[in-house]
Design a protein around this ligand. Structure first.
Ligand SMILES: Cc1cc2nc3c(=O)[nH]c(=O)nc-3n(C[C@H](O)[C@H](O)[C@H](O)COP(=O)(O)O)c2cc1C
Length: 234
């Protein structure tokens, strides 16, 4: 005769059985994730702190973080930093000259950093001078055994017009990143285009740009997925 089990005993019995089966590898216990951390850094290259480029990158990074719980994200804003592009040519800094680029070197070359997303406002259909100065100074990584090699890179551009040169700007940044042996990706499907193209409609709230926000989210997820794959964690 079947033995009558109380509800509590039944749950306990089922739990024990599942635990045994999981240990024996016979029950599906959800996707297995290899241990490890992948860091993705967003770099906002607007001279204006906390404005539309930073806000768009936040959306992008949030989407990256949602891909997998092993992904950690960080936003670095270059606004307020002193980055002298001419030092890339090997000139000595002027006496007493402050330069903040060196602070970024250990952060970006950290092997845990598997992805970097550059965000820049569009200035006359190209990147800002701050973005160019930063990219020129990245010659330091080339000289240091290509320390950015094989990190994934994505690019986001914010313009004051819907078609104000975002794609030209993205291409221009991508060209510099290719010189670092980085692995360039665009935004994920279904759009699957060159990167994140965001429109600041003049009111400063980019979250109203539905199309642009979709490209930002898809760029974040594409960078994250590729970074996991390259790290052997996918
Ligand atoms: C000097 C300058 C040039 C600009 N040129 C363009 C341009 O060519 N195309 C465009 O769409 N927006 C252009 N803009 C607008 C900015 O790209 C836009 O306001 C952007 O959202 C600024 O980013 P931020 O809010 O992060 O500073 C220009 C802005 C400035 C200050």
């Amino acid at each position: 005769m079947a033995q009558k089990l109380s509800r509590r005993k039944l749950i306990g019995a089922v739990g024990a059985a599942v635990a045994i089966d999981v240990a024996a590898n016979t029950v599906y216990a959800g996707p297995r994730q290899k241990p490890g951390k992948v860091r993705i850094i967003g770099i906002a290259c607007s001279p204006r702190k906390g404005k539309t480029t930073a806000a768009s990158l936040q959306v992008c990074l949030q989407a990256a973080a949602q891909v997998d719980r092993r992904i950690e994200v960080e936003l670095i804003e270059l606004a307020g930093m002193k980055i002298d592009g001419s030092l890339a040519a090997g000139l000595p800094p002027a006496p007493g000259q402050q330069d903040d680029f060196q602070k970024l070197v250990p952060k970006l070359s950290d092997p845990k950093v598997k992805g970097i997303i550059i965000g820049t406002p569009v200035y006359f259909a190209n990147m800002t001078s701050l973005c160019k100065a930063f990219l020129d100074r990245c010659i330091a990584f080339r000289k240091n055994n290509f320390a950015l090699s094989n990190k994934v890179a994505g690019v986001l551009a914010v313009g004051g017009a819907r078609n104000g040169g975002q794609e030209l700007t993205i291409q221009s940044v991508q060209a510099a990143l290719l010189c670092q042996e980085m692995v360039i990706v665009g935004d994920a499907k279904p759009g699957a285009r060159i990167g994140a193209t965001v429109w600041n409609d003049g009111k400063g709230d980019v979250t109203r740009d539905e199309f642009g926000m979709t490209t930002a989210r898809n760029l974040g997820s594409r960078v994250a997925e590729t970074a996991l794959q390259l790290a052997g964690l996918a």
